[in-house]
Design a protein around this ligand. Structure first.
Ligand SMILES: Cc1ncc(COP(=O)(O)O)c(C=O)c1O
Length: 415
């Protein structure tokens, strides 16, 4: 009999790599070999792994019990802190993952507006529930993308409830106007993980305007950006207020969390409709404790954002200079402390352009294996996340490893 774990991360290309310990910016495999971690728990571990203040707070909370399924003042304390520092809102739904949060945001938007469709963007990722497990089929014209199911076993009928929009393309605004009567919410990651970029502010503002003018809700999926770009996430970074926002990852301090926040009249429909929002692990005291400790720490150490954002900038700059110097067909794109290597020289405006011009995903796996041999671990989504524990010496090592691997591939004529 062969027992298999079929969802152990999305990376089955690392040849028997199993983590036994994580500390600061390092992972350790079963033989005790140390790796610089650039995945950082999918971006969640902004203060590094096993952060002492969070560990201490968790140990204290553990002694008081880990799950109550009854109200706890911690939820109110956390909601207060969120409303003072993360969002402009006072009403929150807590759940356990980013996927749950986006699923609930969709339910709220549809119930509040009475409209049928959610508009999302080509290249988006909003989690693993059926509703948004879609991708662009890439056969359709750039300015009117068609959605296809990303997974077998999900109902094709759900596609009727979606409008897929081109990302970072003004045709999106035209499509939103044309379908305004059907669209409950335009839902977007302020920065798409698949092509993290700093030049997206104008596009986001144009979405805010068209949603205002056409009575459509604007939802920001801040599961990556919340707490990562700034404590207040993409909304504060790009100076835009969404009507509904979803959070997860970083704001859980390393423990599972999902959060939906929204304008009062929208969130009121949860009680009025009423909408179902329960869950066994929702607002569990451990996640709340870790999240509270993390946000307080970030508020007391605002210099962290300057440090990690500068480190991200340096990572991109030094890799890009190296590629230009050696005429290597690659560049690193990103914003603040998140970056991604793109295996082509040309500027890309979207994930569709990225996928069209770079070497295949399977081939890329070989590149990341080369980096792993140099003791640098990049996660399955290929995003490099920098934490406050990545010192400049650590970043030097990451840059050197990237440069060596890029040069090796260049010499082999791959890029
Ligand atoms: C923007 C975005 N939304 C939602 C999710 C889903 O979050 P989770 O994996 O916690 O379900 C993710 C996860 O990567 C994400 O990046």
């Amino acid at each position: 009999m062969t027992i298999q774990v079929l969802n152990e991360g999305y990376q089955n290309d690392l040849q028997g790599f199993y983590v036994s310990k994580a500390e600061r910016c390092y992972l350790y495999d079963q033989d005790g070999k140390q790796y610089i971690d650039m995945a950082m728990a999918g971006g969640s571990a902004i203060l590094g792994h096993a952060q002492p203040e969070i560990q201490q707070a968790l140990q204290q909370q553990l002694s008081l019990g880990s799950l109550y399924t009854a109200p706890t003042p911690l939820a109110h304390e956390y909601a207060n802190l969120l409303s003072q520092s993360v969002t402009p809102y006072q009403d929150f739904i807590f759940c356990s993952t980013g996927s749950e949060a986006t699923m609930r945001a969709i339910r709220i938007a549809k119930a509040y507006t009475g409209k049928k469709k959610i508009a999302v963007f080509s290249g988006c990722w909003h989690g693993s529930h059926d509703f948004l497990l879609i991708e662009e089929d890439y056969q359709s014209p750039l300015d009117s993308p068609r959605a296809a199911l990303k997974s077998a076993g999900t109902p094709v009928e759900l596609l009727e409830h979606l409008l897929l929009l081109p990302y970072n393309h003004q045709a999106a605004v035209k499509l939103i106007k044309e379908h305004a009567n059907d669209i409950a919410m335009v839902f977007i990651e302020p920065v798409q993980g698949s092509n993290p970029r700093d030049d997206i502010s104008g596009f986001l503002h144009s979405l805010r305007n068209v949603c205002n003018e056409n009575n459509i809700l604007l939802g920001f999926d801040e599961v990556i950006t919340g707490g990562r770009l700034a404590v207040g996430g993409g909304q504060s970074y790009f100076n835009i207020t969404a009507d509904i926002a979803t959070y997860g990852k970083t704001l859980g301090g390393g423990l599972p969390i999902g959060i939906v926040a929204g304008k009062k009249d929208i969130m009121d429909c949860i009680r009025n409709a009423p909408l179902f929002m329960g869950g066994t692990f929702s607002a569990n005291p451990l996640s709340l404790t870790a999240g509270l400790t993390l946000i307080n720490y970030l508020l007391n150490h605002p210099e962290i954002y300057q440090q990690i954002n500068l480190a991200g900038q340096r990572l991109r700059q030094e890799i890009n200079q190296f590629c230009q110097l050696h005429n290597i067909n690659a560049h690193m794109m990103g914003v603040a402390s998140l970056s991604r290597l793109v295996f082509c020289k040309r500027h890309i405006a979207s994930r569709r352009e990225r996928d069209t011009h770079e070497v295949s995903w399977d081939k890329q796996a070989e590149f990341y294996l080369l980096l792993k041999k140099r003791a640098v671990y990049i996660g399955g989504n290929r995003i490099n996340f920098i934490s406050s524990t990545h010192s400049s010496k650590v970043i030097d090592k990451v840059i050197k490893a990237y440069q060596e691997c890029l040069f090796e591939w260049h010499q082999q004529g791959i890029i």
